[in-house]
Design a protein around this ligand. Structure first.
Ligand SMILES: Cc1cc2nc3c(=O)[nH]c(=O)nc-3n(C[C@H](O)[C@H](O)[C@H](O)COP(=O)(O)O)c2cc1C
Length: 356
């Protein structure tokens, strides 16, 4: 295996970075200020654009590019096939959710999600150095257009098979996402997201051995120890999500930020109860109740996401962590409240000291 220093230096040179640490794309936490701070401190900024309209994607990219050297990635979810709707089951879910928040209107899940092809066009128009995918692979025509513009494609994979498929489809970098990761699991098939749960210590070396392209490690990395371990296991860079969520630039609701600081690794849970897709969040009264035998199983994504919107909004407004959608990785308690640039510098300094 190439020595750590050669690997990280090659990655940094290729992607215009001063240190091999990436801010993770996090939909719902657009926080351009976080990306600006990370990019200006030598890392890679990031935008999870799932919930953004094309003009919002353009505005985000314009702002971050204007205040940095332009080192950022734009990220999209590859859509699942349209969900099968079941009005009778949705009625049971709405009734259940009505006990946790305001009544859920019967047409709550009828709105169409933002058009994926329009978002893809917005990505190309924004012209970032890197575009990333999660929950699947971009179609070949889109990959060809990325290539034609010199935009690199980072593909999230949660298993060795997904990593191989992503490399075969032309991904330039594989982002190996361990099951420790906060937020949604990037499994290509929704029904696989709750099984095939591979931790980063097993996934990372297996993916590094299985593909020829560079590998970025993500999931449960939140300090210098985690970064050093990931690089020792063969990663070319480490990507951190939850670890940046308590930085002031993230502007997280205080109840969520405080809960991260208190969460033991076993205090997070993989749940479909917020969106219908499995994601890791703080374990709360709601996630426990939704998983109990007498609760209706969540509707598929994105129906469940729409049905839980009134409860999630009410919980955020009330600062009620027990009903809030508080995504969190298993290393949440390592997240620090300091500004992102100082945090990033310290993490990299600690990692370098460990790597010798
Ligand atoms: C609040 C939140 C939102 C996320 N949204 C996305 C997303 O839109 N796209 C994506 O590829 N990954 C998303 N993720 C996953 C992260 O990119 C990354 O895999 C994860 O944060 C790594 O684990 P960590 O949180 O333990 O650092 C999200 C994670 C969090 C915590």
């Amino acid at each position: 295996m190439t020595p750590v220093r050669d690997r990280t230096q090659a990655f940094c040179a290729r992607f215009n970075l001063r240190l091999p640490i990436l801010l993770a794309p996090m939909a719902g936490v657009p926080a351009p200020g976080l990306s600006i701070a990370v990019a200006n401190a030598g890392g890679l900024g990031s935008c999870g654009a799932l919930l953004m309209k094309p003009d919002e994607i353009a505005a985000w990219a314009g702002e971050v590019r204007g205040k940095t050297n332009g080192a950022f990635q734009l990220n999209l979810w590859i859509p699942d096939p349209p969900p099968r709707r079941d009005p009778a089951h949705e009625a049971r879910v709405r009734e259940f959710l009505g006990k946790w928040g305001p009544p859920v209107p019967a047409d709550a899940a009828d709105a169409r999600p933002i058009d994926f092809s329009a978002q893809c066009e917005a990505l190309l128009a924004a012209g970032p150095p890197i575009v990333s995918s999660v929950m699947g692979l971009y179609p070949p025509e889109f990959v060809a257009r990325l290539n034609a513009r010199g935009i690199a494609w980072f593909a999230v994979a949660t298993t060795v098979a997904e990593a191989r498929a992503a490399e075969a489809a032309g991904a330039d970098v594989i982002v190996a996402q361990g099951m420790e990761a906060g937020g949604h699991r990037g499994a290509f098939e929704a029904e696989h997201a709750g099984r095939d749960l591979v931790g980063l210590f097993s996934l990372l070396p297996a993916v590094v051995d299985a593909v020829r392209v560079p590998v970025v490690a993500t999931g449960g990395i939140a300090d210098g120890r985690g970064v050093a371990a990931a690089l020792m296991l063969g990663a070319s860079a480490a990507q951190i999500g939850t670890g940046f969520l308590r930085c002031p630039e993230a502007s997280l609701p205080p109840a969520w930020a405080d809960a991260l600081g208190r969460a033991a690794p076993e205090g997070t849970t993989l749940s479909r109860a917020f969106s219908g897709r499995a994601g890791r969040a703080i374990a709360t009264e709601y996630t426990r109740a939704a998983a109990s035998a007498d609760a209706p199983p969540p509707a598929p994504y994105p129906v469940q996401r729409a049905l839980t919107a009134p409860m999630r909004a009410a919980a955020t407004k009330a600062g009620d962590i027990e009903r809030m959608q508080a995504w969190a990785g298993q290393s949440a308690a390592l997240a620090r409240t300091e500004p992102a640039a100082a945090l990033l510098a310290r993490i990299w300094q600690d990692a370098q000291a460990l790597l010798g």
